[in-house]
Design a protein around this ligand. Structure first.
Ligand code: NDP
Length: 240
């Protein structure tokens, strides 16, 4: 059994989740990494790390992998609920399947993660959850109607659960990044929107890199348990 407690990271196969996994591993935390592309997580080759293929929308499977990791490493002390999907479109042109995907992953997947770990954190009176939202969870942008809806939900749900969790010495917090250079835009099918987004990133002086977000999550987590940094909004300096 490791000295440091188990950290679970969803969406660890690329972008922010991958960078967070590498950083927490460097700091000596045992990890459970979750996403559908298990090959990408295994290729990171991190020590004391269990990689499992998981679709975060599968509530029962989520609970099973948490149990498997806890049997190996001890109780989960930190969950980084990071898996997410962004499909941008004018509302009327959007295929409703894309609404379903975003709501299922960004909202229900995040709920599944919290549900899989919170009860045991309450029993142990210790734990931390970092829900990755977005600046699009604070302000709206054109063509982001459903994505914004899911990320505003992440803020509302996190705030509400935080009030319940605090009584159990469990921290719930939101990480709200601005533009970060990752694969996220790759799920949008409208080329005009993709080009416009890339142009906007140039205008604001370039996006953040995933490591910037990883450091903010580690910073919040490594505060003493009595300190809950409830929300971190982190953007590149030029983003409005
Ligand atoms: P990436 O596309 O690089 O990463 C998304 C991750 O989510 C992947 O690891 C993917 O893994 C995982 N994922 C998606 N769907 C599922 C699913 N059904 N089950 C399990 N895992 C899933 O993008 P980012 O790193 O940018 O995104 C991480 C988070 O940051 C998201 O919540 C995003 O909304 C948020 N964010 C990103 C910003 C940006 O500009 N990049 C800005 C603000 C917020 P796999 O496909 O292998 O399952």
């Amino acid at each position: 059994m490791s000295e440091k407690p188990l950290v679970v990271i969803t969406g660890a196969s690329s972008g922010i989740g991958e960078a967070t996994a590498k950083l927490f591993s460097e700091k000596g935390y045992p990890l459970l990494l979750l996403a559908r592309r298990i090959d990408k997580m295994e290729a990171l080759n991190l020590p004391n790390t269990l990689c499992r293929k998981l679709d975060v929308t599968d509530r029962d499977a989520f609970k099973l992998v948490i149990k498997e990791a806890e049997d190996k490493f001890g109780p989960v002390d930190c969950l980084v609920n990071n898996a997410g999907l962004m499909q941008l479109s004018p509302f009327v042109a959007q295929n409703p399947t894309e609404w379903d995907n975003m709501i299922d992953v960004n909202v229900k997947g995040l709920l599944n993660g919290m549900h899989a770990v919170l009860e045991s954190m309450y029993e142990r009176k210790h734990g931390s959850i970092y829900n990755v939202s977005s600046v699009a969870g604070i302000k709206i942008f054109p063509n982001h109607s459903v994505y914004c809806g899911t990320k505003f939900s992440v803020h509302a749900i996190s705030d509400a659960v935080r009030e319940e969790a605090g009584a159990n010495n469990v921290r719930v917090a939101v990480i709200a990044p601005g533009a970060v250079e990752t694969e996220l835009l790759g799920h949008t099918t409208n080329n005009d929107i993709i080009e416009g987004y890339e142009e906007w990133k140039k205008q604001i002086g370039g996006a953040l890199i995933p490591e910037d977000i990883a450091h903010s999550i580690l910073y919040a987590y490594e505060q003493p348990q009595r300190v809950n940094i409830r929300e971190i909004v982190i953007t590149c300096t030029g983003q409005e």
